[in-house]
Design a binder for this molecule. Structure first.
Ligand SMILES: *Cc1c(COP(=O)(O)O)cnc(C)c1O
Length: 485
């Protein structure tokens, strides 16, 4: 380093490259088009300041400007989810299919989202996505798409429980907190709807619901307790039982949560929209970015007159879904199996082969890697308690940090694994097979970074032994029943 006070050396302040000179550098100029003028200017100023302080050679300034700019057009960083949590809430829940991603890309420009190209007139907004959803739900009289699952529920109760019939009948066993401190009863109450609680935490009967009905009842609400399990002395009426008993006196709204449109045999306890509609639900609400594997949105399906009431409610405009989401939803519904579906239905032998290959390749390059049976979960607050047998490569826990940061120099994205029993687990179940090589290169880059800073320790070896003797790196109860949203 050259000290500014050192009169024997060159004065670095004189060598500070001028702003226009740095901006004229071809590599820097290319960045202006990519990330915008303001960001590049800020990076230029920072580099100039470092040269002024004497800790950057003037000739290196342009390269440092380029290196300090974000890798992508926004600070949202693409990540590989190797955590074994299929719908990782903090990583944005469902990973879109390639088809859905292409649809989002295309929808970024002007589109015919509510325009009929044949007539040149206004057309129904998002009709392609709505037709795809209606096609997937033949038992629904009509469908609607809003911003998310919470919005679907909010709109349903607001539209069905107007001031003259403000009450919604709701079992005490289903007053759910969905996550991050948000509670569905508070959401519903915020619309002015009055919650008529019935039953108890563990048991609610059809009779409890019927006894609460009156002139002021707007709807009966059933919410799937998607992020917790109650066991022991419990009972809740099935949708069919409740629908039969209500006999159409008031609308029955069922929030199925997960967004499954039809039964999914691998998750037999997850409710789905088709089953709920066939059982007699008048309206079903769900999320688009959980088990459906699509973009964040809220699905509403059911009786045509009720869906119409929701559509015409003033709130509908505030909860409207954007054109990118509509495009992604249509591509999800019409397209090939989603990454979510593929991760759920993965062939375990195939996963074992991929895991062994990754561990073998890493071991061959001097990284301490072993294969261990582990447990994956659905996540996103769905399927609480469901443990999916899986395989993981276990690595020294010291790699977790550098792996999470990724390396621009090595051209590898962040990889998020899971730490258990003092080891870092990399579960390829949630990784596209095409990305296995990227995961390997990311681990190698992380290992290279760590071997400079902190060589693998005896503690890691001890932890390996401990994890191996446990034979299966399991999940804590908290992990399998993480928050809904
Ligand atoms: C996830 C969930 C919600 C909230 O849906 P978001 O799409 O996260 O807004 C509401 N109800 C149930 C039962 C859920 O599982």
């Amino acid at each position: 380093m050259v000290a500014a006070a050192d009169s024997s050396g060159p004065d670095p302040r004189r060598g500070v490259p001028r702003t226009d000179a740095l901006l004229a550098d071809p590599a820097v100029a290319a960045e202006v088009a990519r990330v915008g003028r303001d960001r590049v200017h800020a990076a230029v100023r920072a580099a100039q300041e470092r040269v002024r302080r004497g800790d950057l050679a003037p000739t290196a300034a342009a390269a440092v400007v380029v290196a300090s700019l974000p890798a992508g057009p926004s600070s949202s960083t693409p990540v590989l989810n190797a955590s074994g949590t299929i719908l990782h809430t903090n990583l944005g829940r469902a990973v879109l299919s390639d088809a859905a991603r292409r649809a989002v890309q295309d929808a970024g420009g002007a589109t015919d989202v509510e325009y009929d190209l044949a007539t040149g007139r206004r057309a129904r907004r998002g009709r392609g996505a709505l037709a795809a959803l209606a096609g997937a739900l033949p038992d629904a009289g009509d469908v609607l798409v809003v911003n998310n699952g919470a919005a679907a529920l909010l709109l349903a109760v607001a539209a069905l429980c107007p001031p003259e019939r403000p009450e919604v009948v709701w079992s005490r066993g289903q007053l759910v907190e969905i996550g991050d401190g948000f509670r569905l009863p508070e959401l519903v109450a915020s619309t002015g709807v009055v919650i008529r609680e019935v039953g108890t935490t563990n048991r609610t009967t059809v009779a409890d619901h019927l006894a609460a009905l009156g002139d002021r009842t707007g709807a009966v609400l059933v919410v799937h307790p998607s992020n917790f399990v109650v066991s022991g002395f419990t009972s809740t009426p099935g949708t069919g039982e409740l629908a039969t008993a209500l006999a159409g006196r008031v609308p029955l709204v069922v929030d199925v949560g997960s967004g499954l449109l039809a039964p999914f045999p691998l998750l037999p306890d997850e409710p789905d929209a088709t089953t709920a509609l066939r059982a007699g639900a008048d309206l079903v609400t769900a999320s688009g970015d959980k088990l459906l594997g699509g973009p964040q949105c809220g699905l509403v399906a059911g009786r045509r007159d009720l869906v119409d009431r929701l559509r015409r409610h003033p709130l509908a405009r505030a909860l409207r879904v954007d054109k990118l989401t509509l495009a992604a939803l249509e591509a999800t519904l019409a397209g090939p199996p989603t990454p979510t579906a593929r991760a759920l239905a993965i062939d375990l032998d195939d996963l074992h082969r991929r895991t062994s290959r990754l561990a073998g390749e890493l071991a061959g390059r001097g990284v301490e890697a072993t294969v261990l049976p582990t447990v994956a979960v659905v996540g996103g607050g769905g399927a609480p308690g469901v443990e999916l047998a899986s395989w993981a490569v276990t690595l020294p826990v010291a790699l977790a940090g550098p792996l999470r940061l990724g390396s621009r120099a090595a051209g590898v994205p962040p990889v998020v694994g899971r730490v258990a029993a003092g080891r870092l687990l990399v579960d390829l179940r949630t990784v596209d097979p095409d990305d296995d090589t990227t995961v390997r290169r990311a681990v190698e880059a992380a290992a290279a970074a760590v071997s400079v800073a902190a060589p693998a320790t005896a503690t890691d070896a001890a932890a390996t032994a401990a994890a191996a003797s446990a034979r299966v790196a399991g999940r804590t109860a908290a992990e399998t029943t993480a928050e809904v949203g």
